[in-house]
Design a protein around this ligand. Structure first.
Ligand code: FAD
Length: 420
């Protein structure tokens, strides 16, 4: 039996992977450079699990949005000139993958993993009685523009052939489904409802899962970063950590945007770059008439999700390198999206106690995560989940644990392989 498996990263991806390996009888040691689990992108994300949003962000024509964003401060997708040197090669691949054929193929692969993952997430929640404020009322995607609605409908119909359930709502039906939209009804072109999507607080999920991992004998070393992966004759032999060398023959790289840096010296290219996003979490405990289900506002590219006594607004993607700073104007855009969607709610909330946050999505150049073994024996990768890391976490973990333990994964793992 191999020795302890070292998992690098204690966000959604590292923790779910560690848990699945424990379930298969392996010993695990999780390292995280941060002071606690889920302090990276998994901390305050949009909190929705959405196979319905499987389409990668490099849709055909994305280059026009990126160019326009250099001058438009309110654009949802922003390219900072300062980040260009780190983006050249990756950016070319990102654009090459935006051809209609490639984008369509990646959308389908992204959906298959997302849908599988959501099923596994439900099973895990029920089996462990995990409490992370999950909501099972589906999501609604709201459109102000008829053309965008038709494009999204065509995509939903394509995915419908592979299991996505959806309903097209006209303006009246959208307001009937979410009465809080009544004040903005005149500006609604229509909506799509996805009954199987879910919501839930990723941070609470991570904390609850970390407890289970430790209860089952897994170890989590908080505040201990991996500095390098040690390899002898093409095989992993250890991890160089801030606390000396940890001997092991199996390592899983699951450290989000930092994954690329860790495998660079081994000549492995994961094509992952950071795409910064923001969230604003509001206390709505004394607000009347809060929405009951998550909503994605298509034109503003913002998700608004109820989480018990809180409401989270999340969105925007800034290609700004590893800069995690919070730009007040981006947070303001999120609040304006709330005003434009739920004006009655926006009027009642207390801004003083709102929590602003920014995180870095690990974005791959083809919109798919990398999950599987690398060409270094004993080195595995589970990273690059972009805007869908919460949606895909449990499924990716299952798939990798299957591959490591010699079980055939339930879905074809080839589209997500290392070095594809
Ligand atoms: C604003 C925003 C909204 C989002 N909304 C959604 C959503 O609604 N639904 C959805 O599905 N997805 C969403 N996402 C995406 C999702 O949050 C990410 O894909 C996911 O969190 C990535 O998880 P991860 O574990 O790979 O990375 P992270 O959560 O970043 O975890 C990586 C961990 O690795 C650690 N680490 C880094 N380097 C080292 C090292 N050398 N040694 C040890 N530890 C290290 C870090 O400290 C960190 O804890 C959103 C992301 C953002 C930013």
């Amino acid at each position: 039996m191999p020795d302890v498996v070292v998992v690098i990263g204690a966000g959604l991806i590292g923790l779910t992977t560690a848990y699945e390996l424990l379930q298969r009888g392996r010993q695990v040691l999780v390292l995280d450079a941060g002071p606690d689990v889920a302090q990276g992108a998994s901390h305050a994300n949009g909190s929705i699990l959405t196979p319905s949003m499987a389409d990668p962000w490099n849709s055909p024509g994305v280059h026009r949005h990126l160019l326009a964003s250099v001058v438009d401060r309110r654009a949802a997708l922003v390219l900072r000139v300062s980040a260009l040197p780190s983006l050249w090669l990756w950016g070319l691949r990102f654009l090459r993958n935006s051809s209609p054929t490639r984008h369509r193929a990646a959308t389908l692969d992204s959906f298959l993993l997302s849908n599988y993952s959501l099923r596994r997430t439900r099973e895990l929640r029920e089996r462990l009685s995990l409490d992370y404020g999950s909501t099972t009322r589906g999501t609604m995607r709201l459109f102000r523009d008829g053309e965008n609605l038709q494009r999204a409908l065509a995509l939903a119909q394509m995915l419908g052939e592979h299991g996505l359930r959806f309903a097209l709502l006209d303006r009246a039906a959208a307001v009937e489904a979410e009465p809080q939209l009544a004040p903005v009804a005149a500006r609604i072109a229509g909506a799509l409802r996805f009954p199987d999507d879910e919501g839930g607080d990723a941070y609470r999920f991570c904390v609850a899962l970390a407890t289970r991992i430790e209860d089952c004998g897994g170890r989590i070393r908080r505040g201990l970063g991996a500095r390098g992966i040690l390899v002898r004759q093409g095989t992993v032999c250890g991890v160089d950590s801030g606390d000396g060398v940890i001997a092991t023959s199996e390592v899983i790289v699951a450290c989000g945007v930092d994954s690329q840096k860790l495998v660079n010296p081994l000549g492995i290219d994961l094509a992952i770059r950071p795409a910064k996003g923001y969230s604003l979490t509001l206390d709505v405990s004394s607000v009347s008439g809060c929405p009951q289900a998550p909503l994605v506002e298509d034109s503003l590219h913002v998700a608004i999700a109820p989480m018990g006594d809180q409401l989270r607004i999340a969105g925007t993607a800034e290609f700004a390198g590893m800069d995690r700073s919070i730009r007040p104007e981006r947070i303001e855009n999120l609040f304006e999206a709330l005003v434009a969607t739920y004006p009655d709610v926006a009027r009642q909330v207390e801004r003083r106690t709102a929590v602003s946050w920014a995180g870095l999505r690990p974005m791959s150049s083809d919109g798919l995560p990398t999950v599987g073994p690398s060409r270094v024996r004993g080195l595995y990768v589970n990273a690059g989940h972009g805007h869908l890391g919460w949606t895909m976490a449990v499924g990716s973990a299952h798939m990798l644990a299957d591959l490591i333990t010699g079980v055939a994964p339930a879905i074809n793992a080839s589209p997500y392989r290392v070095g594809r």
